[in-house]
Design a protein around this ligand. Structure first.
Ligand code: SF4
Length: 418
Protein backbone atom coordinates (compact mmCIF):
# COMPACT_ATOMS: atom_id res chain seq x y z
CA UNK A 1 0.00 0.00 0.00
CA UNK A 2 1.12 3.55 -0.63
CA UNK A 3 1.96 5.89 2.23
CA UNK A 4 -1.19 7.76 3.18
CA UNK A 5 -2.15 9.56 6.37
CA UNK A 6 -5.03 8.31 8.47
CA UNK A 7 -8.13 7.67 6.35
CA UNK A 8 -11.35 6.15 7.62
CA UNK A 9 -12.96 3.68 5.29
CA UNK A 10 -15.06 0.52 5.39
CA UNK A 11 -14.67 -3.14 4.54
CA UNK A 12 -16.63 -3.76 1.36
CA UNK A 13 -16.89 -7.54 1.64
CA UNK A 14 -20.35 -9.07 1.63
CA UNK A 15 -20.59 -9.41 5.39
CA UNK A 16 -23.15 -8.02 7.86
CA UNK A 17 -20.54 -6.34 10.05
CA UNK A 18 -19.41 -3.76 7.44
CA UNK A 19 -16.46 -2.99 9.70
CA UNK A 20 -14.98 0.47 9.88
CA UNK A 21 -11.29 0.64 9.01
CA UNK A 22 -8.57 3.14 9.72
CA UNK A 23 -5.84 3.18 7.08
CA UNK A 24 -2.58 4.78 8.11
CA UNK A 25 0.77 4.71 6.34
CA UNK A 26 -0.13 1.64 4.35
CA UNK A 27 -1.49 -0.30 7.34
CA UNK A 28 -5.13 -1.07 8.05
CA UNK A 29 -6.69 -1.62 11.43
CA UNK A 30 -10.20 -1.68 12.87
CA UNK A 31 -11.93 1.61 13.59
CA UNK A 32 -12.68 1.41 17.30
CA UNK A 33 -15.41 4.02 17.01
CA UNK A 34 -17.38 1.92 14.53
CA UNK A 35 -20.32 0.04 16.12
CA UNK A 36 -19.27 -3.41 14.93
CA UNK A 37 -15.52 -3.36 14.33
CA UNK A 38 -14.77 -3.17 18.06
CA UNK A 39 -11.03 -3.43 17.71
CA UNK A 40 -10.37 -6.19 15.20
CA UNK A 41 -10.73 -7.02 11.54
CA UNK A 42 -11.19 -10.62 10.49
CA UNK A 43 -8.74 -12.81 8.58
CA UNK A 44 -10.70 -12.40 5.35
CA UNK A 45 -9.65 -8.80 5.21
CA UNK A 46 -6.38 -8.95 7.11
CA UNK A 47 -4.97 -11.89 5.23
CA UNK A 48 -6.87 -13.70 2.49
CA UNK A 49 -7.88 -10.66 0.46
CA UNK A 50 -4.24 -9.77 -0.05
CA UNK A 51 -2.97 -13.32 -0.54
CA UNK A 52 -5.35 -14.15 -3.39
CA UNK A 53 -3.71 -13.43 -6.79
CA UNK A 54 -5.32 -10.46 -8.57
CA UNK A 55 -6.34 -10.25 -12.19
CA UNK A 56 -3.97 -7.58 -13.40
CA UNK A 57 -4.27 -7.85 -17.16
CA UNK A 58 -7.22 -7.95 -19.51
CA UNK A 59 -7.57 -11.07 -21.65
CA UNK A 60 -9.36 -12.15 -24.80
CA UNK A 61 -9.62 -15.90 -25.35
CA UNK A 62 -6.92 -16.44 -22.75
CA UNK A 63 -4.41 -14.05 -24.37
CA UNK A 64 -3.29 -10.96 -22.50
CA UNK A 65 -4.42 -7.76 -24.24
CA UNK A 66 -4.59 -4.09 -23.37
CA UNK A 67 -7.54 -2.88 -21.33
CA UNK A 68 -8.71 -0.80 -24.31
CA UNK A 69 -8.74 -3.85 -26.57
CA UNK A 70 -10.78 -5.80 -24.03
CA UNK A 71 -13.20 -2.89 -23.56
CA UNK A 72 -13.67 -2.57 -27.33
CA UNK A 73 -14.34 -6.31 -27.58
CA UNK A 74 -16.84 -5.94 -24.73
CA UNK A 75 -18.60 -3.12 -26.56
CA UNK A 76 -18.90 -5.27 -29.68
CA UNK A 77 -20.15 -8.30 -27.74
CA UNK A 78 -22.81 -6.20 -26.03
CA UNK A 79 -24.05 -4.97 -29.41
CA UNK A 80 -26.65 -7.72 -29.58
CA UNK A 81 -30.34 -7.97 -28.76
CA UNK A 82 -29.71 -10.65 -26.18
CA UNK A 83 -27.43 -9.68 -23.31
CA UNK A 84 -27.49 -10.28 -19.59
CA UNK A 85 -25.79 -8.63 -16.63
CA UNK A 86 -25.25 -11.05 -13.71
CA UNK A 87 -23.60 -9.42 -10.72
CA UNK A 88 -22.22 -11.08 -7.61
CA UNK A 89 -22.01 -9.38 -4.24
CA UNK A 90 -18.35 -9.86 -3.34
CA UNK A 91 -18.08 -6.09 -3.04
CA UNK A 92 -21.09 -4.63 -1.27
CA UNK A 93 -20.49 -1.02 -2.37
CA UNK A 94 -23.51 0.76 -3.80
CA UNK A 95 -21.50 1.96 -6.82
CA UNK A 96 -21.10 -1.64 -7.95
CA UNK A 97 -24.63 -1.34 -9.26
CA UNK A 98 -23.86 1.51 -11.65
CA UNK A 99 -23.59 -1.08 -14.42
CA UNK A 100 -27.39 -1.34 -14.14
CA UNK A 101 -27.54 2.05 -15.87
CA UNK A 102 -25.49 0.69 -18.76
CA UNK A 103 -27.84 -2.25 -19.17
CA UNK A 104 -30.87 -0.01 -18.99
CA UNK A 105 -29.42 2.16 -21.73
CA UNK A 106 -28.53 -0.73 -24.04
CA UNK A 107 -31.83 -2.51 -23.24
CA UNK A 108 -30.20 -5.53 -21.68
CA UNK A 109 -31.52 -7.90 -19.04
CA UNK A 110 -30.51 -7.81 -15.37
CA UNK A 111 -31.27 -10.16 -12.48
CA UNK A 112 -33.50 -10.05 -9.41
CA UNK A 113 -33.34 -11.89 -6.09
CA UNK A 114 -30.27 -13.22 -4.31
CA UNK A 115 -28.41 -16.48 -3.88
CA UNK A 116 -28.22 -15.98 -0.17
CA UNK A 117 -31.18 -14.86 1.89
CA UNK A 118 -34.08 -14.42 -0.55
CA UNK A 119 -36.18 -17.22 0.85
CA UNK A 120 -36.00 -16.04 4.46
CA UNK A 121 -36.52 -12.45 3.37
CA UNK A 122 -39.67 -13.45 1.47
CA UNK A 123 -41.02 -15.22 4.57
CA UNK A 124 -40.36 -12.21 6.77
CA UNK A 125 -41.93 -9.79 4.30
CA UNK A 126 -44.96 -12.07 3.99
CA UNK A 127 -45.49 -11.87 7.75
CA UNK A 128 -44.20 -8.46 8.82
CA UNK A 129 -44.62 -6.59 5.55
CA UNK A 130 -41.04 -5.37 5.78
CA UNK A 131 -37.67 -6.91 6.67
CA UNK A 132 -36.08 -4.51 9.11
CA UNK A 133 -32.63 -4.84 10.62
CA UNK A 134 -32.33 -5.77 14.29
CA UNK A 135 -29.49 -3.41 15.20
CA UNK A 136 -26.71 -4.34 17.66
CA UNK A 137 -27.88 -1.72 20.16
CA UNK A 138 -31.09 -3.73 20.62
CA UNK A 139 -29.15 -6.98 20.96
CA UNK A 140 -27.11 -5.26 23.67
CA UNK A 141 -30.30 -4.57 25.66
CA UNK A 142 -31.53 -8.18 25.57
CA UNK A 143 -31.34 -10.47 28.59
CA UNK A 144 -31.61 -13.69 26.61
CA UNK A 145 -30.18 -14.37 23.15
CA UNK A 146 -31.47 -17.30 21.13
CA UNK A 147 -28.83 -18.12 18.52
CA UNK A 148 -30.75 -20.12 15.94
CA UNK A 149 -28.76 -21.91 13.24
CA UNK A 150 -26.11 -19.21 13.29
CA UNK A 151 -22.41 -19.96 13.68
CA UNK A 152 -21.98 -16.55 15.17
CA UNK A 153 -18.32 -16.76 16.16
CA UNK A 154 -17.40 -17.41 12.52
CA UNK A 155 -19.99 -15.47 10.53
CA UNK A 156 -20.72 -12.42 12.70
CA UNK A 157 -17.85 -12.41 15.16
CA UNK A 158 -18.26 -8.73 15.91
CA UNK A 159 -21.59 -9.44 17.57
CA UNK A 160 -19.88 -11.49 20.28
CA UNK A 161 -19.26 -8.55 22.67
CA UNK A 162 -22.99 -7.78 22.53
CA UNK A 163 -23.70 -11.26 23.90
CA UNK A 164 -21.57 -10.81 26.99
CA UNK A 165 -23.27 -11.62 30.33
CA UNK A 166 -26.49 -12.76 28.66
CA UNK A 167 -28.28 -16.06 28.87
CA UNK A 168 -27.53 -17.88 25.63
CA UNK A 169 -29.75 -20.54 24.08
CA UNK A 170 -28.43 -22.19 20.92
CA UNK A 171 -30.71 -24.14 18.58
CA UNK A 172 -28.62 -25.80 15.91
CA UNK A 173 -27.96 -29.19 14.31
CA UNK A 174 -24.23 -28.56 14.79
CA UNK A 175 -22.39 -28.10 18.08
CA UNK A 176 -20.81 -24.80 17.10
CA UNK A 177 -18.34 -22.83 19.21
CA UNK A 178 -21.16 -20.70 20.65
CA UNK A 179 -23.16 -23.88 21.36
CA UNK A 180 -20.31 -25.14 23.54
CA UNK A 181 -20.55 -22.01 25.69
CA UNK A 182 -24.34 -21.75 25.73
CA UNK A 183 -26.51 -22.00 28.85
CA UNK A 184 -28.74 -24.31 26.84
CA UNK A 185 -27.87 -26.08 23.60
CA UNK A 186 -30.70 -27.81 21.78
CA UNK A 187 -29.24 -30.00 19.06
CA UNK A 188 -31.90 -30.52 16.43
CA UNK A 189 -32.22 -32.64 13.31
CA UNK A 190 -31.13 -30.72 10.21
CA UNK A 191 -34.09 -29.05 8.44
CA UNK A 192 -36.37 -29.33 11.46
CA UNK A 193 -36.26 -25.60 12.38
CA UNK A 194 -39.82 -25.01 11.16
CA UNK A 195 -41.15 -27.73 13.46
CA UNK A 196 -39.15 -26.41 16.41
CA UNK A 197 -40.75 -22.98 15.99
CA UNK A 198 -44.24 -24.44 15.57
CA UNK A 199 -43.89 -26.70 18.61
CA UNK A 200 -42.52 -23.91 20.79
CA UNK A 201 -45.42 -21.67 19.75
CA UNK A 202 -47.90 -24.41 20.54
CA UNK A 203 -46.40 -25.17 23.95
CA UNK A 204 -46.22 -21.44 24.68
CA UNK A 205 -49.95 -21.14 24.04
CA UNK A 206 -50.71 -24.32 26.00
CA UNK A 207 -48.54 -23.38 28.95
CA UNK A 208 -49.46 -19.70 29.37
CA UNK A 209 -46.11 -18.42 28.13
CA UNK A 210 -47.81 -16.17 25.59
CA UNK A 211 -47.93 -12.39 25.96
CA UNK A 212 -51.69 -11.87 25.98
CA UNK A 213 -51.59 -8.10 26.13
CA UNK A 214 -49.28 -7.96 23.12
CA UNK A 215 -51.34 -10.50 21.19
CA UNK A 216 -54.64 -8.73 21.85
CA UNK A 217 -53.15 -5.55 20.46
CA UNK A 218 -51.11 -6.87 17.53
CA UNK A 219 -52.42 -10.33 16.61
CA UNK A 220 -55.96 -10.74 17.99
CA UNK A 221 -56.59 -13.82 15.79
CA UNK A 222 -53.70 -15.68 17.36
CA UNK A 223 -55.95 -18.61 18.29
CA UNK A 224 -56.03 -19.48 14.58
CA UNK A 225 -52.29 -20.03 14.78
CA UNK A 226 -52.85 -22.35 17.71
CA UNK A 227 -55.33 -24.31 15.57
CA UNK A 228 -52.71 -24.49 12.83
CA UNK A 229 -50.06 -25.75 15.25
CA UNK A 230 -52.42 -28.53 16.33
CA UNK A 231 -52.18 -30.04 12.86
CA UNK A 232 -48.76 -31.33 13.91
CA UNK A 233 -48.75 -34.35 16.20
CA UNK A 234 -46.55 -33.73 19.20
CA UNK A 235 -44.81 -37.05 19.77
CA UNK A 236 -43.70 -37.83 16.18
CA UNK A 237 -42.66 -34.22 15.58
CA UNK A 238 -40.57 -34.06 18.77
CA UNK A 239 -38.96 -37.37 17.80
CA UNK A 240 -38.23 -35.98 14.35
CA UNK A 241 -36.65 -32.84 15.85
CA UNK A 242 -34.66 -34.95 18.30
CA UNK A 243 -35.92 -33.20 21.41
CA UNK A 244 -38.47 -33.71 24.16
CA UNK A 245 -41.06 -31.82 26.16
CA UNK A 246 -38.60 -31.09 28.95
CA UNK A 247 -36.13 -29.37 26.64
CA UNK A 248 -38.88 -27.37 24.91
CA UNK A 249 -40.21 -26.30 28.31
CA UNK A 250 -36.74 -25.23 29.39
CA UNK A 251 -36.41 -22.90 26.41
CA UNK A 252 -39.74 -21.28 27.22
CA UNK A 253 -38.90 -20.96 30.92
CA UNK A 254 -35.61 -19.23 30.10
CA UNK A 255 -37.34 -16.74 27.77
CA UNK A 256 -40.41 -16.03 29.89
CA UNK A 257 -40.59 -12.40 31.03
CA UNK A 258 -37.10 -11.73 29.68
CA UNK A 259 -36.07 -9.34 26.95
CA UNK A 260 -35.16 -11.77 24.21
CA UNK A 261 -33.66 -11.54 20.74
CA UNK A 262 -33.56 -14.35 18.21
CA UNK A 263 -30.49 -14.24 15.96
CA UNK A 264 -31.25 -16.44 12.99
CA UNK A 265 -28.64 -17.75 10.56
CA UNK A 266 -28.84 -18.20 6.84
CA UNK A 267 -28.78 -21.99 6.80
CA UNK A 268 -32.27 -22.37 8.26
CA UNK A 269 -33.84 -20.98 5.08
CA UNK A 270 -31.77 -22.69 2.41
CA UNK A 271 -34.55 -25.04 1.39
CA UNK A 272 -37.59 -24.68 -0.83
CA UNK A 273 -39.62 -24.04 2.35
CA UNK A 274 -37.10 -21.56 3.78
CA UNK A 275 -39.56 -18.67 3.82
CA UNK A 276 -41.88 -20.63 6.11
CA UNK A 277 -39.06 -21.20 8.60
CA UNK A 278 -38.53 -17.47 9.11
CA UNK A 279 -42.28 -16.91 9.23
CA UNK A 280 -42.61 -19.58 11.93
CA UNK A 281 -39.77 -18.07 14.00
CA UNK A 282 -41.34 -14.61 13.64
CA UNK A 283 -44.70 -16.05 14.71
CA UNK A 284 -43.11 -17.62 17.78
CA UNK A 285 -41.59 -14.26 18.72
CA UNK A 286 -44.99 -12.60 18.29
CA UNK A 287 -46.71 -15.15 20.53
CA UNK A 288 -44.08 -14.56 23.19
CA UNK A 289 -44.41 -10.77 22.75
CA UNK A 290 -40.79 -10.34 21.71
CA UNK A 291 -41.34 -7.79 18.98
CA UNK A 292 -41.49 -4.00 18.98
CA UNK A 293 -40.00 -3.73 22.47
CA UNK A 294 -36.61 -2.68 23.66
CA UNK A 295 -34.13 -5.55 23.70
CA UNK A 296 -36.43 -7.82 21.69
CA UNK A 297 -36.79 -8.91 18.08
CA UNK A 298 -35.82 -11.41 15.42
CA UNK A 299 -32.58 -10.64 13.61
CA UNK A 300 -32.04 -12.15 10.19
CA UNK A 301 -30.32 -10.50 7.23
CA UNK A 302 -32.27 -7.25 7.13
CA UNK A 303 -33.02 -5.24 4.03
CA UNK A 304 -29.95 -3.00 3.79
CA UNK A 305 -31.65 -0.75 1.24
CA UNK A 306 -34.83 -0.08 3.17
CA UNK A 307 -35.68 3.62 2.72
CA UNK A 308 -32.51 4.09 0.67
CA UNK A 309 -33.17 5.90 -2.59
CA UNK A 310 -31.09 3.76 -4.90
CA UNK A 311 -29.97 5.72 -7.96
CA UNK A 312 -29.21 2.45 -9.74
CA UNK A 313 -32.68 0.93 -9.54
CA UNK A 314 -33.60 0.38 -13.19
CA UNK A 315 -36.60 -0.76 -15.18
CA UNK A 316 -34.93 -3.50 -17.19
CA UNK A 317 -36.26 -6.94 -17.97
CA UNK A 318 -35.18 -9.10 -15.04
CA UNK A 319 -34.58 -12.82 -14.61
CA UNK A 320 -34.15 -14.74 -11.35
CA UNK A 321 -30.56 -14.78 -10.15
CA UNK A 322 -30.79 -18.13 -8.40
CA UNK A 323 -31.56 -20.20 -11.50
CA UNK A 324 -30.55 -17.94 -14.37
CA UNK A 325 -30.73 -19.66 -17.75
CA UNK A 326 -27.51 -18.16 -19.13
CA UNK A 327 -27.90 -20.15 -22.33
CA UNK A 328 -30.83 -17.99 -23.39
CA UNK A 329 -28.47 -15.04 -23.91
CA UNK A 330 -25.87 -14.41 -26.57
CA UNK A 331 -23.66 -12.28 -24.35
CA UNK A 332 -23.38 -12.57 -20.57
CA UNK A 333 -21.50 -10.02 -18.49
CA UNK A 334 -20.55 -11.44 -15.10
CA UNK A 335 -19.48 -8.76 -12.68
CA UNK A 336 -17.76 -9.51 -9.37
CA UNK A 337 -19.25 -12.95 -8.94
CA UNK A 338 -18.63 -16.61 -9.49
CA UNK A 339 -21.92 -18.23 -10.54
CA UNK A 340 -20.23 -21.54 -11.38
CA UNK A 341 -19.28 -21.99 -7.72
CA UNK A 342 -21.97 -20.02 -5.93
CA UNK A 343 -25.19 -20.90 -7.78
CA UNK A 344 -26.97 -24.17 -7.04
CA UNK A 345 -26.05 -27.03 -9.39
CA UNK A 346 -22.65 -26.04 -10.80
CA UNK A 347 -22.89 -28.60 -13.63
CA UNK A 348 -26.08 -26.99 -14.90
CA UNK A 349 -24.51 -23.52 -14.68
CA UNK A 350 -21.46 -24.67 -16.66
CA UNK A 351 -23.68 -26.21 -19.35
CA UNK A 352 -25.76 -23.03 -19.51
CA UNK A 353 -22.69 -20.82 -19.82
CA UNK A 354 -21.32 -23.01 -22.61
CA UNK A 355 -24.43 -22.23 -24.66
CA UNK A 356 -23.72 -18.48 -24.74
CA UNK A 357 -21.72 -16.81 -27.51
CA UNK A 358 -19.63 -14.57 -25.30
CA UNK A 359 -18.91 -14.56 -21.59
CA UNK A 360 -17.39 -11.37 -20.26
CA UNK A 361 -15.94 -11.64 -16.78
CA UNK A 362 -15.30 -8.39 -14.92
CA UNK A 363 -13.76 -8.87 -11.51
CA UNK A 364 -10.83 -8.73 -9.11
CA UNK A 365 -9.87 -12.42 -8.82
CA UNK A 366 -9.65 -15.45 -11.08
CA UNK A 367 -12.23 -18.12 -10.34
CA UNK A 368 -14.15 -21.00 -11.96
CA UNK A 369 -16.27 -18.56 -13.97
CA UNK A 370 -13.42 -16.33 -15.16
CA UNK A 371 -11.75 -19.52 -16.44
CA UNK A 372 -14.69 -19.93 -18.85
CA UNK A 373 -14.74 -16.31 -20.00
CA UNK A 374 -13.97 -15.11 -23.53
CA UNK A 375 -13.15 -11.62 -22.31
CA UNK A 376 -11.66 -10.84 -18.89
CA UNK A 377 -11.61 -7.28 -17.54
CA UNK A 378 -9.69 -6.56 -14.31
CA UNK A 379 -11.59 -4.54 -11.69
CA UNK A 380 -10.28 -2.33 -8.93
CA UNK A 381 -10.77 -3.52 -5.37
CA UNK A 382 -12.63 -1.44 -2.79
CA UNK A 383 -9.48 0.18 -1.43
CA UNK A 384 -8.71 1.61 -4.88
CA UNK A 385 -11.92 3.56 -5.57
CA UNK A 386 -14.58 5.56 -3.76
CA UNK A 387 -17.92 4.09 -2.79
CA UNK A 388 -20.42 3.87 0.05
CA UNK A 389 -21.95 0.81 1.61
CA UNK A 390 -24.94 -0.15 3.69
CA UNK A 391 -25.25 -3.08 6.04
CA UNK A 392 -27.87 -5.75 6.55
CA UNK A 393 -27.10 -5.89 10.29
CA UNK A 394 -26.78 -2.28 11.44
CA UNK A 395 -27.96 1.16 10.42
CA UNK A 396 -24.63 2.85 9.76
CA UNK A 397 -24.09 4.31 6.30
CA UNK A 398 -20.45 3.58 5.69
CA UNK A 399 -18.15 5.62 3.44
CA UNK A 400 -15.66 3.60 1.42
CA UNK A 401 -12.76 5.91 0.75
CA UNK A 402 -9.92 5.34 -1.61
CA UNK A 403 -6.80 4.51 0.37
CA UNK A 404 -4.42 3.47 -2.38
CA UNK A 405 -3.74 3.70 -6.11
CA UNK A 406 -3.31 0.75 -8.40
CA UNK A 407 -2.01 0.69 -11.95
CA UNK A 408 -4.39 -1.97 -13.10
CA UNK A 409 -8.11 -2.53 -13.22
CA UNK A 410 -11.01 -0.21 -13.99
CA UNK A 411 -13.72 1.01 -11.64
CA UNK A 412 -17.37 0.25 -12.36
CA UNK A 413 -17.93 3.96 -12.85
CA UNK A 414 -15.28 4.19 -15.58
CA UNK A 415 -16.34 0.87 -17.08
CA UNK A 416 -19.92 2.11 -17.43
CA UNK A 417 -18.86 5.44 -18.87
CA UNK A 418 -16.43 3.97 -21.39
S1 SF4 B 1 -15.87 -9.15 9.73
FE1 SF4 B 1 -16.82 -8.75 7.74
S2 SF4 B 1 -16.86 -6.53 7.52
FE2 SF4 B 1 -15.42 -7.03 9.20
S3 SF4 B 1 -13.41 -7.15 8.22
FE3 SF4 B 1 -14.23 -9.22 8.18
S4 SF4 B 1 -15.31 -9.42 6.22
FE4 SF4 B 1 -14.96 -7.25 6.58
Amino acid sequence: MSNVKEIKTTCGLDCPDACGIVANDGQIKADREHPTSNGALCALLNKYMFEEPRIKTAKINGKEVSLDEALNATKEALDTDSKLLWRGSGNFGVMQEITNLLFEKIEGTTTKGTLCDGSGDAGIVEGRGVNRILPPEQIAKAEVVVVWGKNITATASHLMPYLKDKQIIVIDPVKTAIAKKADLFVQITPRSDFFVAIMLARFALMGNFEDLEYLEEHAPDYDEYYDFSQEFRIRPILDHIGTDLKEMGKILEMIKDKKTVFLVGNGVQKYSTGGQVLQAIDSLAVILGKFGKEGCGVGFLGNSKLNFKNPFEVKTTKVEKVNTAFGEFETVLIQGGNPVASMPNSSRVIEELKKTNTIIYYGVYENETSAMADIVIPAKNFFEKRDVRLSYAHHTVNPMRKIEESNYGISEYDFTNT
